[in-house]
Design a protein around this ligand. Structure first.
Ligand SMILES: [Zn+2]
Length: 193
């Protein structure tokens, strides 16, 4: 067994040992809100937003972007599971600011192996066996963090499946301090209509 699998199962055994009455939790989030945020390993929404099991929906992807699939989850969250307020939370030092669609397309064309990064940007091992498929994907990268939050809140706000009475708040999590800093232009764009 891999060391990681071993560690995960060992941690899980301890967790299940202290599971308490969590088996009685209902499916709808008790605090009726959802967070769309980045998959970055430094972010722990349960900690930075004070969540316990059963409290809220957390939807994560690279960048915390309002992709079609993120919107799919948010619509289910509201329509079927009772959330009534949504947060879009990006963060400082996001990896999605370090490349663009063209770069990712070229890296994948070089090989499928991991790329490396230095002060001149990303480099592929060019080990061969790459694919041009990456050139046809929108990777949802960004160069202006605050603007990306505004764009995502606007995209969600303007989606035909999203009701006008659900507030959407925009924030950037500061990886240097752990603080959530509001992007006021985003929250304004996400206000109830
Ligand atoms: Zn990120």
């Amino acid at each position: 067994m891999s060391q990681v699998v071993d560690e995960v199962l060992s941690a899980n055994a301890e967790y299940a040992e202290n599971f308490g009455n969590k088996s009685e939790l209902p499916m709808p989030p008790a605090r009726q809100f959802a967070i769309l945020t980045c998959m970055d390993a430094r972010l722990d929404p349960a900690k930075y937003a004070g969540l316990a099991e059963g409290d809220a929906h957390v939807i994560r992807n690279a960048g915390g972007r309002a992709s079609d699939d993120a919107i799919r989850s948010l619509v289910i969250s509201y329509k079927l599971l009772g959330t009534r307020e949504w947060f879009v939370i990006h963060h400082t030092d996001c990896g999605m600011e370090t490349f663009d669609d063209e770069t990712m397309g070229e890296l994948l064309a070089g090989s499928l192996r991991p790329a490396t990064v230095d002060e001149n940007g990303w480099h592929d091992s060019n080990a061969g066996g790459g694919t041009s498929d990456g050139k046809y994907i929108k990777w949802l990268t960004f160069s202006d963090n605050a603007k990306s939050v505004v764009e995502d809140v606007e995209r969600i706000r303007n989606d035909s499946m999203v009701p006008a009475d659900i507030p959407i708040y925009g924030y950037i999590y500061d990886c240097g301090t752990g603080r959530l800093v509001e992007v006021t232009e985003a929250s304004a764009a996400g206000r109830v209509r």
